[in-house]
Design a protein around this ligand. Structure first.
Ligand code: BGC
Length: 923
């Protein structure tokens, strides 16, 4: 009988099949339904055994002798459970070490010797003679650019855009593949198709594009072969390889798309016995860097979507609608005469029925295929597009939609959370956040995946990382990106460039909320995965950034007067001035000095650096105190009376005094009500605002803000048909035209940071301790939502909270994974602590007192906005009078106390006023 208690063992950083360090951290979970482990024991096949007298299972240090490069070690685990029993040993987990020792790397980077155009794709080929079929063969492979490698005509692995983008001038990464089964005794051929990828792209917008990394791609590979007799051989790329530049990929660019001429396909070029004609010796590129094993999971095609509808646009174009804004490319099966040219343009939205290409700016994202004659599969290799719609021209005969699929691409991270609730639009919002994350986690965390940016903007991932870490396992992905962040920072004297990798290569300034990715992203990973390694690796980067901020703030501890992005894309900022936020940029800047200093202090304490813990703790307190003196009035107002100011003071704990917090919360709720519960925050305030409200007793206001469908709001985008999160609250205007701002994407994850609140507060499951060993269960029911559920795959196993509200009875079903425990906080109850297993709790949750009339035209606006029936009456009557008037009224009215409805209804005819008054009187 199988032992259902055996722990499930894995490498802590999932998604990377290969260990990137000689001592990779381990993690395990005890299957659900079992008691907590009181100890665990690990053993390897070298005979070493280690006991861990602690039930912690996240981020455990590798206890064995370090792995040698390419070494395979099998490890097993068993556990002693709290009921006194001992589980059996797990099935062995085979850990394969990657490229670990720089001295081990001897391969040359090779490229076309005599390219005839910039960024020219190439085919490369090398032959090797094996004395026997190997018993083990490992390929380390990389490109400065992107490659697809084959051995004897068989593709190696399923990675796309490999090896991905890094700060090429500072760090190269390689993938490791087990290729034993692809090699035979005798002549073998390694082939590579090579494209420019991120290396040869021109970065910088508004016509300022520059190839900052180089004009041509290059490729390197190293094959380690072991034979049955124990002997080994190493084969590497080098001058004896051959290349040609006249293969089927004519041109390739991430922004512009790919041109493929299948008449140039060369049959059998990557197999033994192919003709040598047309192949020239390669050139060797001198590259000073040695590739390192990649930490991040590879990009893959993870799903395919069929065509949902074939549209004919008003101008007569044929456009395929995939029903979902996605990132990837088309795969087309076709059959047509030789020389037929099929062109595919990609767009995220239609505007007045036509392809909305303007927001792409310089990125044409157009693929062109020339058919070879006869059946053919069309798919670009070294590009990806952001699109929901694809316009196809040149199709031979009648287009067959079943021959076309959209291939969805992203870094292949494990999904770790599900969410659902009783409100369909909120569910779609959550789905949009997940789609936005997929498309923008493609090798590096990007702002957007479609226009001529697709850059690792630091502010965007800073605000989104807590959400990202709930939705997917991003430990390896973001740890990999952070390595580049610290290398780029080293090159700029501690400042963090706006984008990582620093492809803009402009002068670097410190900007709050953007550069603070240096402290906040590692801190987020520690919170979620409980592995101190990331903090240890990043500590000097975190501290150096904070030192620069502290110096900029100066003796008064206030960082004022600098260039800042501020609360970027505040909905009240003009379309072409996205940084013109309502909140003072100095408030944003100083709040982040505090946040970074505090994180550095906490990190220092965790790493045992007590002096730094004290020093940065003191700085943080001084900044907080200066912040309060300068920006918080004794009466509980912020100097910028804008929601983001309150959200920062509360969300970052700049104000801790309970009375002051409650005053700030009350004022924030008033400000939110004044906007008619339409959102009024940008990148900085949006992730914080719902929690700032709900944690200060204003869950009702948070609920109204969440469920709003008027522009601007999260659900406005959903009700406009969005399938991803937009860059601007109104990327698409209510009349169906695209926002005139030149910066308008329909796939930006930043404003999707609201999903963190959906999981942790609305559904009610968060981590009270890093790694989730202690959970917090605290649902926040809001009017308009009857039930909600979050399921999260934590480092300890699956945790779940599901609540429903039925006639003032709140019932909560919760599952706590083995090895974890949870504090349960329900309305009107003292917190209780529970252990692993399934639990049900219930309590009464008195509904908020429903607002009631009678009202009149003299009722004040603050009272009316809180009664949805009154708002419905106002909408009906003003809408019947004039839709245009209604839209203007909703847009400009400030719903405050002290101002009556009649005072703001300018120009409304008396009979409409009378009808409205009559409606209000009977409520
Ligand atoms: C990007 C943003 C980014 C911003 C900062 C934009 O072009 O798309 O998301 O954070 O610039 O200025």
């Amino acid at each position: 009988m199988t032992d259902r208690r055996i722990p499930d063992l894995k490498l802590a950083r999932e998604g990377t099949e290969t260990a990137a360090s000689p001592a990779p951290a381990l993690a395990w979970t005890i299957p659900a339904g079992n008691p907590t482990a009181t100890w665990t024991e690990l053993r390897d096949d070298a005979g070493s055994t280690h006991r861990i007298d602690d039930g912690a299972s996240a981020g455990a240090a590798w206890p064995f002798a370090p792995l040698a490069p390419r070494e395979r070690r099998r490890i097993q685990i068993r556990a002693g459970l709290a009921d006194g029993t001992v589980t059996g040993w797990s099935a062995p987990l085979e850990v394969r070490a990657g490229l670990l020792d720089p001295a081990d790397w001897t391969a040359d980077f090779i490229c076309l010797a005599d390219p005839d155009r910039i960024a020219q794709p190439a085919l490369l080929r090398g032959e090797l003679l094996l004395k026997d079929a190997p018993t083990d063969a490992v390929l380390h492979v990389t490109a400065i650019g992107a490659h697809v490698t084959s051995i004897n005509g068989v593709r190696v692995g399923d990675h796309q855009m490999a090896p991905g983008w890094t700060s090429y001038d500072k760090r190269l990464v390689a993938d490791t593949h087990d290729v034993t089964s692809l090699l035979t005794a005798g002549v073998n051929v390694v082939g590579a198709s090579l494209g420019g990828g991120w290396r040869t792209e021109q970065y910088g917008f508004f016509g300022r594009g520059r190839r900052v990394y180089g004009d041509q791609p290059s490729y390197a590979a190293q094959l380690h072969v072991t034979y049955a007799d124990g002997t080994q051989e190493v084969f590497t790329t080098g001058p004896r390889w051959h290349a040609r530049g006249d293969g089927p990929i004519i041109d390739s660019s991430i922004y512009e798309g790919e041109t493929v001429d299948l008449r140039h396909a060369i049959d059998g070029w990557d197999r033994a016995g192919a003709s040598a004609e047309g192949w020239e010796p390669v050139a060797v590129e001198e590259v000073a860097l040695v590739p390192q094993q990649k930490l991040s999971p590879p990009v893959r095609v993870t799903r395919e979507l069929p065509v949902r509808e074939v549209l004919t646009t008003p101008s007569g174009a044929t456009v395929l609608d995939f029903g979902q804004n996605l990132v990837g490319r088309l795969r087309i099966e076709t059959d047509g005469p030789e020389g037929t040219v099929i062109t595919v343009r990609h767009a995220e939205v239609l505007e007045h029925g036509e392809m909305g290409m303007r927001p792409l700016r310089g990125a044409t994202q157009t693929d062109t295929f020339t058919l070879p004659g006869g059946p053919a599969t069309l798919e670009p290799t070294f590009t990806f597009h952001g699109f929901r719609y694809a316009e196809v021209t040149g199709w031979p005969g009648e287009l067959d939609p079943s021959a076309i699929t959209a291939q969805v691409m992203h870094s292949d991270m494990r999904p770790t959370a599900d969410f659902a609730c009783s409100h369909p639009l909120v569910n779609r919002l959550h789905e949009n956040v997940v789609w936005g994350m997929r498309g923008n986690f493609l090798s590096v965390p990007t702002d957007c995946p479609q226009r001529d940016e697709r850059l690792g903007w630091t502010g965007d991932i800073q605000v989104f990382s807590p959400t990202a870490a709930i939705l997917h396992d991003v430990d390896g992905f973001l740890a990999d990106w952070l390595v580049d962040l610290r290398l780029e920072q080293d090159a700029h004297d501690g400042l963090v460039p706006f984008v990582i990798p620093d492809a803009l290569a402009d002068e670097v300034h410190a900007t709050a909320a953007w550069g603070d990715a240096a402290t906040i992203v590692p801190w987020t990973l520690w919170q979620r995965y409980g592995d101190l390694q990331v903090l240890a690796d990043q500590y000097s980067s975190m501290r150096t950034w904070t030192d620069r901020l502290v110096a900029l703030a100066g003796d008064d501890r206030l960082w004022e007067g600098s260039m800042q992005f501020g609360d970027w894309l505040d909905p009240d900022a003009p379309p072409d001035e996205p940084g013109a936020s309502k909140v003072s940029r100095d408030i944003v800047a100083t709040a982040y000095v505090f946040r970074s200093a505090r994180i550095v202090s906490q990190t220092a304490a965790l790493l045992g650096n007590d002096d730094d813990a004290v020093a940065y703790g003191r700085i943080a307190q001084e900044v907080a105190s200066a912040f309060r003196d300068a920006y918080v009035t004794p009466a509980g107002r912020m100097m910028s009376d804008a929601p983001t100011a309150y959200a920062l003071a509360l969300g970052f704990d700049l104000v801790t005094d309970p009375q002051m917090r409650s005053a700030l919360g009350a004022r924030l709720a008033e400000r939110v009500r004044a906007t008619g519960y339409r959102i009024s925050t940008g990148f900085v305030g949006t992730p914080l605002i719902l929690e700032a409200l709900s944690s200060t007793g204003h869950a009702d206001a948070a609920g109204r803000l969440l469920l709003q469908t008027d522009n601007p709001s999260w659900l406005y985008t959903v009700s406009m048909g969005a399938t991803t999160i937009w860059e601007r609250w109104d990327s698409m205007l209510p009349d169906g035209s695209i926002n005139p701002g030149e910066m308008t994407s329909f796939n930006h994850y930043a404003l999707g940071a609201v999903a963190e609140w959906l999981h942790r507060s609305l559904a009610g499951l968060s981590f009270a301790e890093p790694g989730g060993r202690v959970l917090r269960i605290a649902p926040t029911p809001v009017a308009g939502i009857d039930w909600a559920r979050t399921v999260q795959r934590t480092p300890y196993g699956e945790a779940k909270v599901e609540w429903r509200l039925e006639s003032e009875q709140l019932t909560v079903d919760a599952t706590v994974p083995a090895g974890a425990r949870a504090t349960v906080e329900l309305p009107g109850r003292d917190p209780v602590e529970v252990g692993p297993g399934a639990h049900t709790f219930s309590c009464t949750a008195p509904a908020a007192v429903a607002p009631s009339g009678p009202y009149s035209l003299r009722t004040d606006l603050a009272t009316l906005i809180d009664d949805p029936r009154a708002i419905a009456a106002i909408r009906d009557e003003l809408g019947t009078f004039s839709e245009g008037y209604l839209a203007g009224f909703i847009g400009r009215t400030s719903w405050t106390e002290g101002s009556a409805l009649a005072d703001v209804l300018f120009g409304v005819p008396p009979h409409v006023l009378a009808a409205l008054d009559a409606r209000l009187t009977v409520l």
